[in-house]
Design a protein around this ligand. Structure first.
Ligand code: TYD
Length: 161
């Protein structure tokens, strides 16, 4: 992105967030990877530099069988980066008007999921591991677990897209 040469990373993220909102909501990121031919690869994310928020929480889901669907909720304010560190997981992001599907099967890629997105995660392979970086501590009151309630909030303009 030579247009952005010399521009602070946090500003680039703000621009990317605005454009990703205009173009849709998906924002798939290629991360920086350190590779050594004999030793494999190492991927790293730095808050505010490589991802568009500072994360307060990390969690991961493992031991899940192929075909299982998790998620089925949206968040009022939480932002997340989803990384499939092993295996393959299909993520569906629904902003209340349209749906986008992404298959995460490369540990060097992360999917940014902003607030107000109904998401489902379908395991495409046994024992795939989903790592999540989250902008806030766990708070059940930030969850919307009822799809009708989610659509009602979208229509009310709760997220002002
Ligand atoms: P949930 O976010 O619904 O998982 P998924 O989207 O993968 O289906 O969380 C499942 C359960 O775990 C729910 O009862 C809340 C609890 N939980 C915590 O206690 N702390 C956390 O940080 C997370 C992510 C979940």
């Amino acid at each position: 992105m030579c247009l952005f040469y010399g521009v602070p990373q946090s500003f680039k993220w703000r621009v990317l967030k605005v454009f990703s909102r205009r173009l849709g909501f998906k924002c798939e990121l290629k991360t920086k990877k350190a590779e050594s031919p004999d030793l494999g690869s190492l991927v790293f994310f730095e808050a505010d530099r490589d991802i568009p928020f500072a994360f307060k929480r990390v969690y991961y889901t493992y031991g899940v069988k192929e075909g299982v669907i998790r998620g089925r909720h949206a968040h009022k304010a939480l932002e997340q980066l989803l990384i499939c560190v092993y295996g393959a997981i299909e993520i569906t992001c629904d902003d209340g008007e349209k749906k986008e599907y992404s298959v995460l099967n490369d540990p060097s890629r992360g999917l940014y999921v902003g607030k107000g997105i109904w998401r489902t995660m379908k395991w495409l392979k046994d024992d795939s591991v989903l790592l999540v970086l989250a902008s806030e501590y766990y708070d059940e009151s930030d969850y919307i677990r009822d799809y009708d309630e989610f659509i009602r909030l979208v229509k009310e303009g709760y997220w002002k897209r």
